[in-house]
Design a protein around this ligand. Structure first.
Ligand SMILES: Nc1nc2c(ncn2[C@@H]2O[C@H](COP(=O)(O)OP(=O)(O)OP(=O)(O)O)[C@@H](O)[C@H]2O)c(=O)[nH]1
Ligand SMILES: [Mg+2]
Length: 336
């Protein structure tokens, strides 16, 4: 039977007929689908590929309301284009910069906020939080109350930024509900909208994330995904490189320092990743079969590797980056 009942973990419509299809559960009396059950209890993950069309239609329906939107993003993987969401919705928006705990403690919040403000984008407010550490969540709730235009408040953003985790934290901190949204280190965990009534004045609505097709997380196995996702404060690794030297991260990316003076490269990525350094790169062919992109780096820029982290390069340089052709890399003004 196909019911109208939705899975309390990921929002998919429940059905008890086809094990192979989304929303399957052994009994419609259950509150969550089998996929969520397995993720929650065994940490097993079953890939679902959501088309971004479905996501965009959800986003557009959010845009038809006048409700407040929390636009959530991951500090370690700040969206290249934070303004993209404005193409679809013009709602009042709070920008929530999540996963502060993953950045080194020395990074000042005010600096992060100013970095975004300098881009001249329009948000009601920019708030730095860490859902895992329960940091600034009280403040966020206060500001939600201040800006909300109705009972409903939406959480939107790319996959894996922590939308469901944030709502779970708000449920836990401020309601007596026991419902728990499904969270995972892998993309496309949430499959449809899920409404959660926190109290008489506030209902939070979780949405599936926009799949970032340029993220490295789409092109590695689940084991590597876990390695890539930082759970602890990152200890930046600094390498003093001369030309013809390289850094290689796992078997994922190789960065050759091609042209420039002695230079400092600081890697901000999960501590679990294995990093090698070649002192004489011309002798080594590792990963040279991957797609090559050349960057002319200006003074004080980051090389961003979408989904993995970034490398702060202090001085002018020419670098060759070897990486899976589907993974986005780009240069930006240094975040830190
Ligand atoms: N380090 C760190 N990790 C976090 C934080 N919040 C969430 N995460 C992790 O980020 C991953 C994704 O969390 P989810 O809540 O499933 O993300 P989502 O945005 O709902 O993802 P989709 O449903 O796929 O769109 C999980 O591995 C979480 O544990 C945080 O504050 N710090
Ligand atoms: Mg989710």
């Amino acid at each position: 039977m196909n019911s109208e009942k939705k899975c309390a973990g990921c929002g998919v419509v429940l059905q008890d007929e086809n094990v192979l299809q989304e929303g399957y559960t052994t009994s419609l009396d259950n509150d969550i689908c089998q996929r969520c059950f397995r993720m929650k209890n065994y940490g097993e993950y079953q890939v679902v590929t959501k088309s971004n069309d479905e996501y965009l239609s959800i986003l557009k329906s959010v845009g038809e309301t006048k409700d407040l939107v929390l636009y959530i993003t991951d500090l370690l993987n700040l969206d290249k284009d934070l303004d993209e969401v404005r193409n679809y919705i013009s709602n009042k928006m709070i920008l929530v910069l999540n996963k502060k705990d993953a950045l080194p403690k020395s990074v000042k919040e005010a600096k992060l906020i100013k970095y975004i403000e300098d881009k001249g984008l329009h948000f009601e407010e920019i708030i730095v939080v860490s859902v895992s550490k329960n940091y600034n969540i009280d403040y966020l709730l206060k500001r939600i109350k201040y800006h909300q235009t109705s009972k409903n408040v939406y959480a939107v953003g790319h996959t894996n930024v922590g939308k469901s985790s944030l709502i779970n934290k708000l449920i836990k901190n401020y309601s007596d509900k026991t419902q728990e949204l499904t969270m995972s280190a892998l993309p496309s965990t949430t499959l449809n909208t899920v409404n959660i009534e926190i109290n008489d004045y506030l209902t939070l609505i979780d949405t599936p994330g926009l799949v970032d097709t340029g993220s490295i997380l789409n092109y590695v196995d689940p084991k590597m995904t876990k390695k890539i996702s930082p759970v602890k404060e990152i200890k930046p690794k600094t390498y003093q490189l001369r030309r013809n030297q390289s850094i290689v991260i796992e078997d994922l990316v190789r960065i050759d320092y091609v042209e420039g003076e002695k230079n400092s490269f600081t890697l901000y990525a999960s501590n679990s990743l294995r990093v090698k350094r070649f002192l004489n790169a011309s002798n080594k062919d590792d990963l040279k079969n991957l797609n090559k992109v050349t960057y002319h780096v200006k003074y004080g820029e980051d090389l961003v590797i979408n989904g993995l982290g970034f490398i702060k390069i202090v001085n002018k340089a020419v670098v060759d980056v070897y990486i899976d052709k589907n993974v986005d890399t780009f240069m930006r003004k240094s975040l830190i």
